[in-house]
Design a protein around this ligand. Sequence first.
Ligand SMILES: N[C@@H](CCC(=O)N[C@@H](CS)C(=O)NCC(=O)O)C(=O)O
Length: 289
Amino acid sequence: MGCNNSKGTTASDPKTTPAPRKDTKPAPAATPAQSQDAPQKTENTEKTEDTQQTKPAAEDDTVAKVEECEGEVYDPNCPVLYINKVDPQSIACMMLLSEAGIKVNIKHVDLFKDEHKQDYFLNINPEHCVPTLVDGDFVLWESRPLMKYLCQKYVPESSFYPSDIKQRALVDRLMYWEASTLCTAVLDYAAYAAFLGKAIDSEKEPKVKEALDYLDKHLSDKSYVCGDTMTLVDLSIINTLALLWYIDYKIDSWSNVVQWVKRVEKIECFEKVNAAVADYKKTLENKAQ
Ligand SMILES: N[C@@H](CCC(=O)N[C@@H](CS)C(=O)NCC(=O)O)C(=O)O
């Protein structure tokens, strides 16, 4: 799986990569790729556009952080994706990377250790959430537009985000439904229980059922959410539903959804979802002891 970020370039050794330039913008994580052709500034101060105040230049902390990349050797020509291994929407992005063959550098952000509140990460994403992508001087968060961006930029022919305008509109429609209706209902019902170990509020369940009713009916005549092939929406939905699995919520009575889950489960990287659920449950158990 090659990195299609900068055509014609090859990965250089991160150890020889020069430090990022001290940009005049408020700090979004210069990637080493950006730094290679950027002039080096020697001053140790910078002015922000917003405040016009002089503040100390950012440490070269970001480079240090991304050199700690998970998995394969850090490739300065590829974007960096900051994720958390048990965060459902980070996993949706990871599944897309595996399935569509997009190469990025993965950096795990430990939310339990408040790593997302550290200066280096706040400088990248002041909203301190994962997943967050840094592609050269472009920074993007919110998993759904992030996945669309990755597809359009790196795998424009991929059926994960189809190029046919009507198919694409269908993907968009269902993604908006997933983000607003399904995800809101599921988060409201399950997130406090799943992430904070709080009691489940059964008054919130009807909205989840309503959304599952709709999804079940929608899936009655198709293999995947947008038809015969898997798209980005399948990845977002399955990971939103994973939150229900965190709290052992049974979805057996929605048979079309169950069949669809079985189809999506077949993709190789699905194990990431199960591993994350298992990992997370273990973390909660350890905390409770
Ligand atoms: N709508 C966002 C949700 C992002 C989000 O809330 N991520 C959580 C992961 S559990 C996070 O980073 N929380 C830490 C925080 O916001 O401080 C997306 O789909 O990317």
